[in-house]
Design a protein around this ligand. Structure first.
Ligand SMILES: Nc1ncnc2c1ncn2[C@@H]1O[C@H](COP(=O)(O)OP(=O)(O)O)[C@@H](O)[C@H]1O
Ligand SMILES: [Mg+2]
Length: 263
C-alpha cells in the first residue's frame, strides 16, 4: 500500500468540460471540511490561480515553472483566502507555455517537489488543475497524482474522447505512475431535455457504466457565477444556486469517498 497523501488530478484533454470548476469547488469543499489542501495549477491559462488568489499578487511565490526545475527554488508558498495553499500558473506567462519543450526527465520533478511542499505546509490533500492537451504538463500532473477524475460533457463525440483518455491514463500507469487510480468520469453540463444528451448518456453508460459517477451536474448558470467570483457554488444565492449546490455536494462527496479523502 502506498503511503502517499491523496493527490487528485482533474483531467481531460479537451477544453471546457469543467476541470477548473471541479478543481475550485473541490478545494472550497475540502477547506470548509477542514482538510489542509494544496492546489497546483498545471494549466498555463491560470483559471484556478486567478480565482483562488483573488486580489493577491503571485509574484515572488513558488509557481508552476519552479516545480519543473531540478532544484526547487527557495521561495515562500502562497496561501489563498479560502485557506488552501497554491502553486499558481500566472495567466499567459509565456514561460509556462514553454514548459511543453522541457526534457522528458523533468516530468518527474513536480512529483518530488510536491511531496516536499505538502510536507512543508502540512497539506493532506492536493488538487491538480490540468491543461487541455496531452503534453508534458499533463503527464507531469498525472505522474504526481494518486487519483484522476475526469469531468466530461456528453455532447458530441463523448464516447470516442473517453476511450482516448483512458488509453492515455493507462500509458501513464504503465510508464510513469503504476499507482495512478482512474477514479472515473463525472458528467457535467448535462441537460436531460436534450435528446442528444440522453442518447450520449445511454451510450456512455452501456460502454463504460462502471467508470461513470453515480451523481452528475446539470447545465447551471450558478456555476458560471461562482467561477466568475471565485466562490463556492453553495454560497451563490439563487434558486439555481441551491439546486447546483445539492448536485455538487453529491458529486464532491462521491469524489471524497472514492479517493478516500477523510475530513
Ligand atoms: N455545469 C455547468 N453549467 C454551466 N456552466 C458551466 C458548468 N460547468 C462549467 N461551466 C462553465 O463552462 C466554462 C468551462 O469550464 P471550465 O471549468 O473552465 O472548464 P475546463 O477547465 O475544463 O476548460 C466556464 O465558463 C465555466 O464557468
Ligand atoms: Mg481549465
Amino acid at each position: 500500500m502506498s503511503s502517499r497523501k491523496t493527490r487528485i488530478a482533474f483531467a481531460n484533454q479537451k477544453g471546457g468540460p469543467g476541470k477548473s470548476t471541479f478543481s475550485l469547488q473541490t478545494t472550497f469543499f475540502a477547506c470548509e471540511k477542514g482538510v489542509p489542501t494544496l492546489v497546483v495549477d498545471f494549466d498555463a491559462q491560470g483559471n484556478s490561480s486567478t480565482r483562488l488568489a483573488k486580489d493577491q499578487s503571485m509574484d515572488g511565490y513558488l509557481n508552476i515553472i519552479d516545480l519543473f526545475q531540478e532544484e526547487l527554488p527557495n521561495k515562500p508558498i502562497l496561501q489563498t483566502g479560502c485557506g488552501a495553499y497554491l502553486i499558481p500558473s500566472r495567466p499567459n506567462d509565456p514561460e509556462a507555455h514553454d514548459l511543453e519543450a522541457i526534457p522528458k526527465e523533468a516530468i518527474v520533478y513536480p512529483t518530488l517537489h510536491i511531496e516536499e511542499i505538502m510536507e512543508r505546509v502540512g497539506a493532506k490533500l492536493a488538487i491538480f488543475d490540468c491543461p487541455p492537451s496531452l503534453g508534458r504538463k499533463l503527464y507531469a500532473a498525472l505522474t504526481a497524482s494518486t487519483h484522476v477524475v475526469c469531468p466530461v460533457e456528453v455532447a458530441g463525440f463523448a464516447v470516442d474522447g473517453i476511450r482516448g483518455l483512458v488509453g492515455s491514463f493507462m500509458q501513464v500507469q504503465e510508464h510513469l505512475n503504476p499507482e495512478l487510480e482512474i477514479v472515473g468520469f463525472v458528467i457535467n453540463k448535462y441537460n436531460g431535455r436534450v435528446k442528444e444528451h440522453q442518447q450520449s448518456l445511454k451510450e456512455i453508460q452501456s460502454q463504460i457504466g462502471n467508470m461513470v459517477f453515480k451523481n452528475k451536474i446539470g447545465m447551471r448558470t450558478a456555476l458560471d457565477s461562482a467561477n466568475k467570483h471565485g466562490v463556492p457554488v453553495w454560497r451563490v444565492k439563487s434558486s439555481t444556486g441551491r439546486t447546483t449546490a445539492k448536485e455538487f455536494e453529491a458529486v464532491l462527496s462521491e469524489i471524497f469517498r472514492k479517493c478516500k479523502v477523510r475530513a
